[in-house]
Design a protein around this ligand. Sequence first.
Ligand SMILES: *[C@@H]1O[C@H](CO)[C@@H](O)[C@H](O)[C@H]1NC(C)=O
Length: 292
Amino acid sequence: MAMFYQFRNAGVFFFLCVLLLSGVCVLGRPATFLQDFHVTWSDSHIRQFDQGRAIQLRLDQSSGCGFASKVKYMFGRVSMKIKLVPGDSAGTVTAFYLNSDTNYVRDELDFEFLGNRTGQPYTVQTNIYAHGKGDREQRVNLWFDPAADFHTYSILWNHHHIVFYVDDFPIRVYKNNEARGIPYPKMQAMGVYSTLWEADNWATRGGLEKIDWSKAPFYAYYKDFDIEGCAMPGPANCASNPSNWWEGAAYQALNSIEARRYRWVRVNHVIYDYCKDKSRFPVTPPECLAGI
Ligand SMILES: *[C@@H]1O[C@H](CO)[C@@H](O)[C@H](O)[C@H]1NC(C)=O
């Protein structure tokens, strides 16, 4: 049986785990940004509001900005509500990702939101690094205007698969196929990161569209930060505990509704898939082969 405890910070979290001598220590929904995160790039460009439960990120000609979780996590689910830069956002990139921060054997799970000219669709690029190797980009054009309102973006990471969700729609699934020799991130904890920055050398139409600084500053908004996972360092047996909810039967594969939504996204909204890019990969990467 899974047990859930709410924790306000890592210290209390650890204390309670020791106190309860429990193998199941799960982080609950944080109340404010500062309880789980700290600013990593340009304090002056991040503003808290709604008593710290929401933040505004700013990009202008002087700087972008970023934040990161205070601790790393092994498996779990991370989600946030994000409202992206509106209007002419071409050349801006808003990123939300997990990263092990280890140079040579980096694991990383990326959401990158690539802005566009007014009225043109936002693109979501996802990428997966496993044991130091990335080059697994996929791109999806969003079917709504992500700057008009908040939408939920989440990453589920367990022993069975990694799923990227836009609201309740899976847009990408990476299965654990270690048994077939395909690397899968599961040896190291990952932190949660986000940045807003300028990348007009590559982002919009491959770098053709430049950022229009006359439209600056650019703003993105975040709220409802939710990390549920095993904080590391923490109890050694947390990450491997099969009774963590994110390891449960309902999270080991897409259910039928999710599978249908996933197919719809794949058929109608994928605009780039490294698996199909023969000029980059004359030999199809093994994880792309049908049935995997
Ligand atoms: C921007 O809009 C153009 C034209 O619709 C589209 O080809 C492109 O994929 C969109 N996204 C980016 C990041 O360029």
